[in-house]
Design a protein around this ligand. Structure first.
Ligand SMILES: [Zn+2]
Length: 145
């Protein structure tokens, strides 16, 4: 299913696509399945984002994974009105970059899409969605009311 079939508001979305690393590959595989996975330390229990080989709390190696609820609230945001990726990016302007405090703990930077993105405020509730862009599903957020 393409992004446009899932939600008409997703049609035409563009993004700079990620390159998976050994540490982040399970995260991107989760996105492909519509799951937001967070790293979870098997030693101290710390839940963290972004994916990395060691726990930022206790430095233990080889953390596991925990499925996030994908829900949280906007900590802060900015509206980007200038293309940083050349003229091919202008169709995306303006777009909203959000810092989301996930209910699971970590803070995550992402993009806010969908209705109401122009009137976002700190504290707004959001939920993750996974539009497909050029074959990659990305963890973006939309307002959840
Ligand atoms: Zn730890």
């Amino acid at each position: 299913m393409t992004a446009a079939q899932e939600d008409p508001d997703w049609a035409g979305l563009r993004a700079v696509l990620p390159r998976a690393t050994a540490a982040s590959r399970p995260f991107w595989d989760g996105c492909r399945r519509g799951e937001l996975l967070l790293s979870h330390c098997n030693v101290c229990g710390h839940v963290f984002y972004y994916p990395r080989r060691h726990c930022p709390s206790c430095a233990a190696l080889d953390p596991g994974w925990k499925r996030s609820t994908g829900r949280g609230q906007v900590f802060s945001f900015t509206v980007v009105a200038v293309s940083f990726h050349g003229s091919g990016w202008e169709s995306q302007l303006p777009y909203t970059v959000v810092l989301v405090d996930l209910d699971d703990g970590p803070r995550m930077m992402s993009r806010l899409i969908g209705p109401g993105r122009e009137s976002v405020a700190s504290g707004d509730r959001v939920e993750v969605v996974f539009p497909e862009i050029d074959g990659q599903r990305l963890p973006f957020f939309r307002k959840s009311g």
